[in-house]
Ligand binder design. Structure first.
Ligand SMILES: [Mn+2]
Length: 455
């Protein structure tokens, strides 16, 4: 059923090369000094129910620096014999375990295929760490990820005075390396953008397939299954975050994930779903009428949100503050709601963060960074002022309007009762202006009306 859509996809990009990981590590390590020890751990496996685990996903920082995706891995980077050493601890080969859980690259495999200088078994990680801590001056580790690493580092710091007095060794401080990695992750390289573009293409196609299959009486979970089915069929690892599929009043609940209602022909369905490819996320929202034709009221709201989204996308330009798309979207939404008679305040009054009426119907931000994490890393206001956009940054643009008639806190205009519209695209900032990675996902009223129900 998905084959035609699959054939229309671009070829999946090649894996990020060892050379690229090496270059990343060099750039990262150039900020550190001799005597620094950097530790980046994978995240632990978590249990879902007896003997069953959640699908494993490593820490994004470890994926970023080495691309190693197995559990029980620890990366240590330190300076030795006048050069930096990337030392990765991995699950050793173990035939019995591999029969049950799957093949492992093991220590030799890690050395052959990954950007590392040394590899050892994860069984020996703490022993090595104790030795490395004796020589380290500063330790860079994110605490709270591996409790044994944390306690060894703290023990080494506690011993430092005695050690340093006798031997002149032992660490004197701990720092979190996350912010330095985040600054790098915020600016995407060409190889990363290719990965994100592929995740975006598969996700766009999945939304289009779901639109085409939509008909009166379809259930939210059926729309969800088409979308998530194509994420996998298209060659991604599946969803980057749990899919939101809400029709009718469910479309007015921002993080609705129950997805179990049946859809009526007079309703809008709001779908927020994106795939993950090689760790990189896409994040798309589309809203369409179950019947395939917007009612006048639905069309009025949709047009306002679409105009706000297009103007906000246009504000994703090098040198603009990161929050300019949000301000542009807010203004356009407020103007639209005044035009529709939903807001009776003046434009300035409507935009007031405390007393403005816009907040009733638009209560979230217009976007976030996107990358290895759906809500990707990167400080929005370094030194308290909004960061200026640079080429290579990727952000989502996702204005919406939500008229929840079920809400006791506001008087919902009857004409728009239970209409929820959000339109979200993923935008790469380039020197030549915004590049919409999710451009192939239908969003004009004409395209949506042509596609919905056409399967
Ligand atoms: Mn989003």
């Amino acid at each position: 059923m998905f084959d035609e859509a699959f054939k229309a996809l671009p070829e999946s990009p090649q894996a990020i090369s060892v050379e690229i990981y090496r270059e990343r590590q060099q750039r990262f390590l150039s900020q550190y000094d001799i005597g620094d020890l950097v530790i980046v751990s994978s995240l632990p496996v978590s249990t879902r129910s007896n003997d069953v685990h959640y699908p494993y996903r490593s820490s994004s920082d470890l994926l970023y620096l080495v691309g190693w995706s197995e559990p029980n891995a620890t990366l240590m980077m330190y300076h030795q014999d006048e050069q930096w050493v990337s030392h990765l601890f991995v699950q050793p080969k173990d035939t019995l375990k591999e029969i049950w859980e799957g093949r492992r690259p093991g220590v030799e495999g890690a050395l052959r295929g990954w950007a590392i200088d040394r590899a050892d078994s994860s069984d020996d990680v703490y022993q090595h760490l104790e030795q490395l801590l004796e020589q380290a001056v500063r330790v860079h580790v994110r605490s709270g990820v591996d409790s044994v690493v944390d306690s060894l580092v703290i023990a080494a710091i506690e011993k430092r005075d005695r050690k340093r007095q006798q031997l002149g060794s032992g660490p004197i401080s701990i720092e979190d390396p996350s912010q330095r990695i985040a600054e790098m992750r915020l600016r995407k390289s060409d190889a990363e953008i290719e990965h994100m573009r592929f995740a975006a293409e598969v996700s766009s196609k999945a939304h289009e397939l779901a639109m085409a299959a939509t008909k009166d009486g379809i259930h939210e979970f059926q729309i969800q299954s088409i979308i998530e089915g194509f994420f996998v069929y298209g060659g991604t690892s599946g969803w980057a975050y749990p899919s939101i599929v809400g029709c009718g009043e469910n479309a007015t609940i921002l993080h609705y994930t129950v997805n179990n209602a049946q859809c009526n022909s007079n309703e809008i369905v709001l779908v927020d779903a994106g795939a993950e490819y090689q760790g990189y996320a896409a994040d798309i929202t589309r809203s369409w009428p179950i019947s395939g034709v917007f009612s006048d009221a639905q069309r009025e709201v949709y047009e306002v949100v679409l105009e706000a989204q297009e103007k906000a996308i246009d504000a994703c330009r090098v040198g603009n503050p990161y929050n300019m798309p949000h301000e542009v979207a807010r203004r356009t939404l407020a103007e639209g709601l005044i035009r529709l008679g939903v807001i009776s305040q003046s434009l300035d009054e409507a935009l007031d963060p405390n007393t403005g009426e816009l907040r009733r119907w638009y209560m979230h931000n217009t976007g976030h960074w996107l990358g290895l994490d759906v809500h990707d890393v990167g400080i929005y206001k370094p030194d308290g002022t909004p960061r200026l956009l640079e080429a290579g940054m990727v952000l989502t643009v996702e204005p919406g309007l939500y008229f929840g008639a079920w809400r006791p806190d506001v008087d919902c205009p009857e004409r728009y009762a239970n209409i929820g519209i959000r339109i979200e695209d993923d935008v790469l900032v380039t020197e030549d202006g915004p590049d919409v990675l999710t451009h192939s996902c239908p969003k004009t009223i004409a395209d949506i009306e042509r596609i919905v129900g056409s399967a």
